[in-house]
Design a protein around this ligand. Sequence first.
Ligand code: C2E
Ligand code: MG
Ligand code: MG
Length: 572
Amino acid sequence: MLFWNLNTGRNGWFANMDYYRLLEQLLHELNGMGNFDLQSLNSILAEMCRLLHVAKGVTSVYATPALELEGKGEHFICYDSGVSCHEELKERLLTPANMVVTCSAYHPDDAEPWTDIEVQRIQLIQKMIVSFLNRSRLSTVVERLSYYDDDGYRNLRYFVNRIETLGHAGRLGGMVVARFNLRHLSLVNHQVGRKAGTIAIQNYFEAVQSAAGENGLVCRMGGDNFVMMCSREAEENVLCVFHGYPVIYDTETNDRVTISATAGIYEVPSDYSFSGHGDIMDKIISSYQHGKLDGKESVVFYTEQMMDERENIMRIQQLFQPALEREEFLVYYQPKINVDNNDLAGAEALCRWQHKGRLVPPIEFIPVLEQNLDICKLDFYMLDHVCRDIRKWMNEGRRVVRVSVNLSRKHMIDADLFEHILEIVDRNHVPHEYIEIELTETTTDVAFRDLKRVVGELQSAGFYTSVDDFGIGYSSLNLIREIPWNVLKVDKSFLPAEKNDIASRSSIMFRHVVAMARELGLEGVAEGVETSEQVEILRKNCCTIAQGFYYDRPLPKEAFEDRLEHHVYPAF
Ligand code: C2E
Ligand code: MG
Ligand code: MG
């Protein structure tokens, strides 16, 4: 009996021998000394499970601890006896790369508990498996994961890799490569909800992918930004999708929305000599930026001249911070005049950049600064300088007029925008009624609710708010119906050029826009007034305030101070 126990029992001599033999084989495999393949590893582990009375062995790899909680990972079952069982021993390792590897041993429901020695052995094997996966398997898992983003789209690394492969093989020539962004997506999110937006993105992605054909590839850079490549034959189809394609956003009702894209495209010439993926990426990005900046064409093809523009953009972005610190940005003031009595009624602060002896106009740098959030720094700088000037004028006992400051729509993502404005104005001890905040309506990125909130906050603190360039942007009527602005600045394109132009479309629109502003209790300001005929039109239509070259161009501070002194403009 004793002999039987020693030699054949659960921890008997034979069992020990088998265990050590298997352990040696396992070590051999895991250390890479054997001709490693998953099958032989699995058969060793299966034998060990049988020997140690483990009903099932499961190893899992999760990309992050969060995905572990959701149970989303890769699972390998090395052994499954098929009997009913439950998880009992689990080894878990959080790797330095923030991945999680677990190895679980399942105990058969109807069997005796594991002995202490069995438990020790099972745990040792689990530790070996987990650390092996950490070392070897992880590198492949990491690689695989690094080519896909969290939503399962192929990512930029994947794309770059493909470009490198094709480029080195000399097979990029004749391909079409593009970077694109979904247009008006925030509007889709806003109107039909975020979930619908996500479905729409996925379906649009699939439409591009299918238009790109077999050799095509579409990868996501992040959010609604994508890159793609296809053959020249597929280009036409892809362009159709870029110009507008109806995609389903509600899988239950099959409701559809038309989505188009802003795209920068590079048609790789057939004799193209590859010099690294950076060259291709630069070309698609510069044509894309060109489209974004220009705003006229949404699909833009790369030309050599765009490379210079891109360099210019990068140069401005690099120069910006030091220029801000050196206070190279100057406030110019353009007077606003009351056309009834020719009195100075206010001014608009406009930025000029004094750089290397040249006065750079805003059109050359503001669109560039709007590409990142640098524009916000500039706007706060301008507001601060305007406040300093007003404070100075008040201290000098001059008459002070209300000054309007332009704020880019990029500020709308700043949840503390109002507090920032308040801090700047109060720090300079400027009464709030001297400050007007101008916001444009030209962007389609309508963070409508945020805009409404900010305007409300500004007004309740006694600031003036105006909608700038009214009429040329998006959703104009909605914008003034929903948001209680104080001032409406009618864009210069509405101002009739000639007096006898009275029946023209713009003339009719101008009349109606001004009348509507008055009805709504808004102060109307006409921008771009250049001639006495236009002043006459303003008077006739009861639009009291004019801003334009007819009276003054934007003036340096000192010249504007003169206007504050002698503030009545001569009647003509
Ligand atoms: P805006 O806010 O609509 O400013 C009015 C623009 O019209 C100014 O151009 C002004 O010089 C120009 N203008 C005024 N009167 C006339 C006229 O009679 N005829 C014509 N043809 N133009 C006239 P500017 O100073 O070049 O500024 C262009 C735009 O740059 C501004 O348009 C504004 O959107 C932006 N901007 C300027 N300064 C700032 C700033 O500090 N922050 C932000 N975010 N944007 C700014
Ligand atoms: Mg303005
Ligand atoms: Mg304007």
